[in-house]
Design a protein around this ligand. Structure first.
Ligand code: AMP
Ligand code: ZN
Length: 479
């Protein structure tokens, strides 16, 4: 496996810290507004990376957090907490906003076919770990307090601060980061723990050794949760390219200062943006579409997934409805092909696909497909191999379907599930949004082994005229 490492700016051979074990941490979503297609691109490509690593034989522990406190509007430790901003915008409590947008995030992920993390950690549930980490940094002499403001990390104590972003510290010192907090010793210093100001009356604040009430800085959250679930060193850490200069530079600084172990992260993976009309699709700019916009226009989430797969994760991608329309046609073609192959007698299940050893012709395609995937996720090359398979007249239907199922282990298009869906059940995307939500909620309840809730939701769906059966490949809905 080869992976581009932002730290070295090179594609490197992937060698985990320990045997075949991989600790992977993905910076999670800040739950103050809707999950949009830009986020979906990032988390879908994370999903493809994780599936590819697992397919290559690595045992991946996948941790992803939920940022439900402390992410300030500005990277310079100023401005409002984004969660407070969301609460004002939607006239709800901060806690309601956090939980509702978290639910929306998971529903969007499920519809995109993204696998759930092994550990999903909420920042508000790791306050003690974050305080401990700040205490360690304080004991080691890396912190200082700005009265009435917070506990700060002194970046001048490290001689390699900002190596990830190749930051020009001297230049920054001359005042490039214009907006700054009075009392910061260096422009790159950052808040570890913020104090609640008198009269601020925050819904989310906790006691700490430094002030009666306060809340964590966004960066310390990720270090504390990653260390709690994986350990002092990670194999892979992912995030969007916007995280390189500040968030990830700060995660490295505080983690390595606290543990004394280098590196905090062996491979840094950064995703480029999904743009719209030449600008980053973003919550703050308000130029975004959600998964519901996709469903309402009768597109299939898998058409969107296929669209994401046509680009490389390190390149920008411009979102247009025309491109999605093209992708929907491609997806329809692929679906039809799979159904035809199945009708003509392909393997019953993926398990049976794997139990038969591949022919020479198949082996050649498998090699080419997985070489493309394992070479820094060249998904468009891998898709090209897939289309060649479908056109190859020397392969039998059985062989073609077997190959498709194996490719799909990393593409995640749910090709095998397709057959189950088509066998009398209704495709979820054609259902009213409210019904889809109930189905997604029920899937969550089942994932959480909350059988009572799953039964309640089954009854609710039944009262709306939808019958749900649980099959090996998921919920089957009939009208
Ligand atoms: P946030 O909730 O804003 O912290 O974003 C969650 C993740 O999505 C981060 O890793 C961001 O870098 C990433 N992200 C946000 N907007 C986009 C976009 N338009 N395209 C790709 N990734 C994005
Ligand atoms: Zn993070």
């Amino acid at each position: 496996m080869k992976l581009y490492n932002t730290m070295s700016r090179q594609v490197e051979e992937f060698v985990p810290l320990q045997d075949k074990k991989v600790g992977l941490y993905a910076c999670g979503f800040t739950v103050y507004d809707f999950t949009h297609l830009g986020h979906l691109r990032k988390y879908t490509m994370d999903d493809v990376l994780i599936r590819t690593l697992r397919h290559a034989g690595y045992e991946v522990t996948f941790v992803q957090n939920v940022t439900d406190v402390g992410h300030l509007a500005s990277d310079a430790d100023t401005g409002e907490d984004k969660l407070e901003k969301g609460a004002k915008k939607y006239h709800k409590s901060v806690w309601d906003v956090a939980r509702e947008f978290e639910e929306y995030f998971w529903r969007s992920m499920d519809l995109m076919g993204n696998l759930r993390p092994d550990h999903s950690t909420r920042a508000t549930e790791y306050i003690a770990e974050q305080i401990e980490l700040v205490k360690t940094l304080e004991a080691k002499g890396y912190t200082y307090i700005i009265d009435g403001d917070g506990v700060y990390f002194d970046t001048s104590k490290l001689d390699d601060y900002g190596a990830l972003a190749r930051l020009d510290i001297e230049h920054l010192k001359e005042g490039a980061r214009v907006e700054t907090v009075p009392g910061k010793r260096n422009p790159t210093d950052f808040a570890l723990w913020k104090f609640e100001r008198p009269g601020e009356d925050r819904a989310m604040s906790w006691p700490s050794p430094w002030s009666e009430r306060g809340f964590p800085g966004w960066h310390i959250e990720c270090s504390a949760m990653a260390m709690a679930k994986i350990g002092p060193q990670l194999d892979v850490h992912t995030g969007g390219i916007d995280h390189i200069p500040v968030h990830h530079a700060n995660e490295i600084a505080q983690s390595e200062a606290a543990t004394g172990k280098k590196p905090f992260v062996k491979y840094w993976v950064h995703h480029n943006f999904l743009q719209i009309e030449g600008e980053k699709m973003s919550k703050s700019l308000g130029n975004f579409y959600t998964i519901d916009d996709i469903l309402q226009r009768n597109f299939d989430p898998m058409a969107l997934r296929l669209l994401f797969l046509t680009g490389h994760y390190r390149s920008e991608m411009n979102f247009t409805w025309a491109a999605l329309e093209g992708s929907q046609k491609t997806w329809n073609r692929l679906k039809t092909k799979v159904m035809e192959l199945h009708a003509a007698g392909g393997p019953e299940t993926e398990a049976s696909a794997q139990s038969t050893s591949p022919s020479t012709g198949e082996q050649d395609y498998l090699t080419r497909f997985f070489e493309a995937m394992e070479n820094d996720l060249h998904t468009s090359e891998a898709l090209a191999v897939m289309w060649q398979v479908l056109k190859d007249e020397t392969l039998s239907n059985q062989e073609k379907l077997r190959l498709l199922y194996q490719f799909d282990q990393v593409l995640g298009l749910g090709l095998e599930k397709l057959e189950a869906d088509e066998a009398g059940s209704i495709e979820t995307k054609t259902l009213p949004a409210a019904v889809q939500k109930l189905i997604a909620d029920r899937q969550r309840a089942r994932d959480d082994k909350n059988w009572q809730r799953a039964d309640e939701l089954r009854d609710e769906l039944y009262s709306l005229g939808y019958k749900v059966e649980d099959t090996e490949s998921g919920q089957k809905v009939t009208h």
